[in-house]
Design a binder for this molecule. Structure first.
Ligand code: 16G
Length: 167
């Protein structure tokens, strides 16, 4: 029920109606053939992933119930994925054995920017993180993207830092 999404939209766009010819749906096994990995390449390195590898990873994620929620926007006229975002739910002992959610791998095709599609994806995932019982939702982003995510209710957590090791 997307009517509970908090944002306001222009031009009749909404999660129910993301735009002419666009459909919002979960990632499907067949999306290997619909440009999903090519889209992710607009975000970061993806590498050379075979259909078998894609399907194996998809099935591994599916086998973890209530954990991976990958939503995509498909341009139905050409059967190509033009936007995607992932919500990962992490089970916790803290906060009364609650869970936290992370928004990951948000990407909208460069040909489809400026159409509020990032907003559609973010609003849906924030609502979903509440619906699936998370006590918070977080994300990591570059300095340039901080302003964008602030529009969807994300704020820097003062005193907390994002740290990592790369392998
Ligand atoms: C951004 C993404 C993160 C993604 C990472 C990839 C969002 C909100 N953040 O931080 O999810 O995994 O880029 O960058 O989409 P990397 O290849 O340098 O790890």
């Amino acid at each position: 029920d997307y009517s509970q999404c908090r944002g306001s939209y222009k031009d009749g766009v909404s999660p129910q109606n993301p735009g002419e010819g666009l459909s919002l749906r979960p990632l499907a096994l067949g999306d290997f053939h619909n440009g999903y990995l090519q889209l992710l390449k607009q975000l970061t390195k993806v590498g050379d992933i075979s259909q078998e590898q894609f399907e194996d990873r998809f099935k591994k994620m599916k086998a973890c119930p209530d954990t991976y929620y990958i939503v995509v926007l498909e341009d139905t006229k050409v059967g190509q994925i033009v936007g995607s975002a992932t919500l990962v739910k992490e089970q916790k002992f803290i906060h009364g054995a609650s869970a936290r959610a992370r928004v990951e791998d948000v990407v909208v095709s460069d040909l489809f920017r400026g159409k509020q599609l990032g907003k559609v994806l973010l609003d849906v995932l924030v609502l979903l993180s509440k619906k699936v019982g998370c006590y918070k939702v977080s994300l990591e982003c570059t300095d340039e993207m901080v302003k964008f995510y602030t529009m969807f209710g994300f704020n820097r957590d003062e005193g907390q830092n994002y740290m990592q090791q790369r392998f």
